[in-house]
Design a protein around this ligand. Structure first.
Ligand SMILES: [Zn+2]
Length: 107
């Protein structure tokens, strides 16, 4: 004769099921976030087309294959400023001050 599960057993299984469900939802959320991140990797933030990496004045820059926008990783503009002079240097310094509020010494 099968015994009726006790109240403690029912609570145990209910808690276990709730925890498993929570873990499954968390894993699904993490997988979705990671897939979203991967879908944006090396894509132009402006138009969404692919970026290609090239070398310019000894630094790596990413350029859009569609709108030809140029994107710099952290530190790359500073490296460029150490080597580049003239109008582009002044433009970058002005942009960096305006966009990031960075303390950029005059050339
Ligand atoms: Zn683009």
């Amino acid at each position: 004769m099968a015994e009726k599960p006790s109240k403690n057993e029912e609570e145990y299984f209910a808690r276990r099921d709730a925890e498993l469900l929570r873990q499954q939802r968390e894993a699904a959320r993490k997988a979705q976030t990671e897939a979203e991140r991967r879908s944006h990797h090396m894509k132009c933030p402006k138009c969404g087309y692919d970026l290609i990496t090239g070398e310019w004045h000894g630094i790596q820059v990413d350029q859009c294959t569609h709108c030809h926008g140029v994107w710099f990783d952290k530190g790359e503009v500073e490296t460029l400023l150490q080597h580049e002079s003239g109008i582009i240097n002044r433009v970058f310094r002005t942009v960096m001050r305006g966009v990031t509020g960075a303390k950029v010494p005059d050339a």
